[in-house]
Design a protein around this ligand. Structure first.
Ligand code: RP5
Length: 164
């Protein structure tokens, strides 16, 4: 039997994994099943379409798409599926991710992509956003998210600055 997958994580290249693993790790912490693939919108468009269909058939509730440069991947995923698509801009060599950010955030009206911060924080936050969406229909996930938030608050409360 094919494996259930709640969140599909896709990135344009294996070189994006260092950043995108933050999304996979964050989902794992919450016990959310996900599948991560490196599939390019321009190098392997047919494989990308097949994978979106496959993951959707296995129960995906949303997609996280990370790409860099002329980063059309998230928009292409959103063109294929009505499920929510969360875009993560990769830091890029020449423009430090500004190209990726603008490519993902400036979707034309009608096909939305929710866009997150460039790099590690964006990948982790995209996963947390996916958790928040899943929590709407899953009490156990909602409790885990509340506990995660409480832990962060407790860490701030306990924080001490060094003596001068
Ligand atoms: C994009 O081009 C990928 O998402 C990656 O961020 C960037 C560079 O890819 P590689 O040349 O490292 O494969 O498609």
């Amino acid at each position: 039997m094919s494996q259930i997958c709640q969140v599909g994580i896709v990135m344009g290249s294996t070189s994006d994994w260092e950043v995108m693993q933050n999304a996979a790790k964050q989902l794992k912490e919450f016990g959310i099943t996900c599948e991560a693939r490196a599939l390019s919108a321009h190098r392997s468009p047919d494989l990308l379409m097949e994978w979106i269909e496959d993951v959707t058939a296995r129960g995906a509730r949303c997609f996280i798409a990370g790409a860099g440069g002329a980063a059309h991947l998230a928009g292409v995923v959103a063109a294929k599926t009505p499920l929510p698509v969360l875009g993560v801009p990769m830091p890029s060599k020449h423009l430090q991710g500004l190209d990726s950010l603008l490519s993902i955030v400036q979707m034309p009206k009608g096909i939305p992509v929710a866009t997150f911060a460039i790099g590690d924080a964006g990948a982790a936050n995209a996963a947390l956003f996916a958790v928040a969406m899943l929590a709407l229909g899953d009490e156990a996930v909602a409790k885990k998210l509340a506990a995660f938030r409480e832990k962060q608050t407790a860490a701030v409360k306990a924080a001490k600055l060094p003596e001068v």
